[in-house]
Design a protein around this ligand. Sequence first.
Ligand SMILES: Nc1ncnc2c1ncn2[C@@H]1O[C@H](COP(=O)(O)OP(=O)(O)OP(=O)(O)O)[C@@H](O)[C@H]1O
Ligand SMILES: [Mg+2]
Length: 278
Amino acid sequence: MPEDAPSWVVEAVGLTRVFPDAVAVRALDGVDVRIARGEFVAIMGPSGSGKSTLLHLVGALDRPTDGVIRVDGQDLAAVDDLDRFRARSIGFIFQMHNLLPTLTAAENVAVPMQGIGVPAATRRTRSLELLDSLGLAHLAHRLPNQLSGGQRQRVAVARALANDPSLILADEPTGNLDSTSGGEVVKRFQSLAHEHGKTIVLVTHDPVVALAAGRIISLRDGRIDQDEQVDEAYVNQLNALRPTPLGRLLFGERPVAGSEAEPDQPAQPAQPAQRRGS
Ligand SMILES: Nc1ncnc2c1ncn2[C@@H]1O[C@H](COP(=O)(O)OP(=O)(O)OP(=O)(O)O)[C@@H](O)[C@H]1O
Ligand SMILES: [Mg+2]
């Protein structure tokens, strides 16, 4: 990494988003957060706590009412061509995956490359490589409605990676998936963060998915309620809960902490274990 490279991929200072309504809604209320390269962060919190709002601001899909948001060291308020910035630096995966129904899997993956003028032959080759890396090479010619939900979601992951972004934002990407397909997607995120240095910010309601991340940020009423590293002590505490009625409610029969994604080993924190203050 060059010496002048920004140390934080995401840096928010006093990030605030107010939606005008009969009573103004403070969807985000002065959020300070810094996320480093290679971190895999899960955002949790009750419905309406501001998770999607935060993701939209980080992804430059919305503008803050107040505060500053920097991505890759760039103040988003100062970026001239946000479309281009997004296409180059950020990969998006949403619950509804938004694949274009009339394009094949490979063509869907190629869409972001078209946006930044990658030549057609390169687009084709790279789409196939990406689909191959997600175990979907043999389905490249299929339309979205000829794929299973898990396969479609993996096509959406491939599309998010098309322009090799440093930051991947995912809003409930496993929400519609059974635990096997969800586990595959999560496993891919872990490898992108740990092996390829990508920064992943993933919104989820699923504690098992969140525990596969290295850090969990919980929002409440537009503010950061907790910000914790997923370390061994944390996982052990949760494992101790498993036999209790609350544990069964939270985790069902599923294993805790990334063991679903990586059967042989416990989840590896992206950074040395440490608790952060909230
Ligand atoms: N465009 C909008 N106009 C008005 N209010 C909005 C708008 N978008 C979001 N809100 C409000 O802002 C708050 C935060 O919404 P947000 O979508 O960020 O919640 P969330 O944590 O993602 O919830 P969920 O888990 O249900 O997806 C909510 O009270 C919501 O009603
Ligand atoms: Mg949401």
